[in-house]
Every structure is written in structure tokens, then in C-alpha cells.
Design a protein around this ligand. Structure first.
Ligand code: UTP
Length: 228
């Protein structure tokens, strides 16, 4: 079945090692997905963004300016993915929501950040709502949504399926400082809740997981609008 899909790929999984072969492996998966689906991609900033943000903050930048630094890094990362996608991609990083559906006719659309106050988790959720996507995939460096941070809490458990309302309850206390991390940022979680968009959070360290989710295989954590 043809679907319109937004794939959010964390900078931490796509770019971290600055390895062109790794970026190519994501490009090849996205090209394959685009044969029978319309694909929009949002790329994160990862550790590079956090390093730039920390230096900016140490130089006196406020959080909005640090966010702006983060956005610039996400867009650079997005551009590297465009290079790897070659003629399968719209050739420029799309900078706002309204241009995304217009660019969609010319190939895979790749975005980075858009505006201060949230992360690319929220960008991908807003984009998915804006273009009426059938599915939002968040490919990140953990294998799903946990009841608490699994790196800090050994008793934490992974959900196979949760409601958007439950997701909001888990992440709502997360700080929104530039460069802060949570599985999905609170703005993104609220947008997923209001839009009711079907969302899958999965381990993006293996790019093939993105294809599995598009093909309907059970993977990661599925976020649904109502409990069933
Ligand atoms: P990311 O989306 O990469 O944050 O944005 P992240 O959740 O840490 O993602 P990954 O998975 O590790 O890549 C990096 C920073 O850029 C700013 C924020 O400061 C964010 O923390 N940003 C990004 C914005 O302010 N607005 C945006 O639209 C996107």
C-alpha cells in the first residue's frame, strides 16, 4: 500500500562517526522505501550540535541562540544526506513546512530544524501533521520508548505499544534547553497526541529497521491515539 511517510533520523545515528558509508546505507534504504511510498526525512544534529551549543552557551549565547546554532548543524547534516541520495532527493534542504509538499514532487524531501524551542522530533511530528502523513517513524539511538531512561534506571521497561497520552506523561518533564535529549521531545509528543498520527519509535542504528516499519513488521514502540 502506498503511504506518505515522515522519517526522523537522529544525528546520533546518521552522522556521529562522520562516516560516508554509513550515510550511504541510510540513503539506500530511503531510496528503496521511495519506490512505493512518498518519503520525507528530518535529520537531527546529534553530538556535533551539542558540542557547538555548549561552546555557544559558554560564550554567553542564550537558549534561543543556542537553538539557532543547533538548527544550523541539523541542516548541514541534512545536506550530507541529500548528497548521498543524489538524484533521488530534492536538491536543497527544505527550511519550512509549507515548502515540503511543494518539493515532494521532485524527490525525497530532506529537512533539518525549523525554529527555536523544540528539536527535530517536533519538526517531524509537525511536518507529518502538515502533510497528512500516514506514518511517522522516529529512528533513534534506543530501541523504543521506555518507562524511564534505561541508561539510568535498570528497572526501566520497554513498551511495545503506548498511547500518545501516555507518551506525553513520560516526556512532559523533560527540559527544553538547547541540546537536551529525550526519546521524543515534549512538543513533539503533544503534536503526536493532537494529530493522532500513527508513530513508530525504533532503533535507527540499523537503517534496515526503517524499511521493516514501513513494510508493517512489528518493531520498536508503536504510539497509537487510543488504547485498544
Ligand atoms: P536535534 O533534533 O538533533 O536534537 O536538534 P536531539 O533530540 O538531540 O536529536 P539527536 O537524535 O541527538 O540528533 C539539536 C538541537 O537543535 C535545536 C535544539 O537546540 C536541539 O536540541 N533545534 C533543532 C531547534 O531549536 N529547533 C529545531 O527545529 C531543531
Amino acid at each position: 500500500m502506498w503511504m506518505r511517510v515522515v522519517v526522523s533520523i537522529g544525528g546520533s545515528v546518521l552522522i556521529e562517526e562522520m562516516n560516508p558509508d554509513r550515510i550511504k546505507s541510510y540513503a539506500s534504504v530511503l531510496r528503496e522505501a521511495a519506490v512505493s511510498n512518498e518519503i520525507f526525512v528530518v535529520v537531527g544534529g546529534g553530538e556535533t550540535a551539542r558540542r557547538y551549543i555548549n561552546v555557544g552557551r559558554a560564550l554567553g549565547a542564550n537558549e534561543a541562540i543556542c537553538d539557532r546554532i543547533g538548527i544550523d548543524i541539523t541542516r548541514l547534516n541534512a545536506y550530507l544526506l541529500i548528497l548521498a541520495l543524489g538524484d533521488a532527493a530534492y536538491p536543497e534542504v527544505v527550511r519550512n513546512y509549507q515548502d515540503a509538499p511543494l518539493a515532494g514532487g521532485s524527490g525525497i524531501v530532506v529537512m533539518g530544524g525549523v525554529s527555536p524551542g523544540y528539536t527535530t522530533d517536533a519538526v517531524s511530528a509537525i511536518l507529518a501533521e502538515y502533510i497528512g502523513a500516514d506514518l511517522l517513524i522516529n529512528a533513534t539511538s534506543v530501541d523504543g520508548v521506555y518507562s524511564s531512561d534505561p541508561k539510568l534506571d535498570p528497572a526501566s521497561r520497554r513498551y511495545e505499544r503506548i498511547t500518545a497520552k501516555e507518551l506525553v506523561e513520560i516526556v512532559i518533564g523533560t527540559r527544553l534547553d538547547a541540546g537536551s535529549t529525550s526519546v521524543i521531545d515534549p512538543v513533539g509528543a503533544k503534536v503526536i497526541e493532537r494529530s493522532g498520527i500513527r508513530t513508530i519509535v525504533l532503533d535507527g542504528r540499523n537503517p534496515l529497521n526503517i524499511l521493516k516499519a514501513i513494510k508493517g513488521e512489528k518493531i520498536g514502540t508503536e504510539i497509537v491515539s487510543e488504547s485498544v
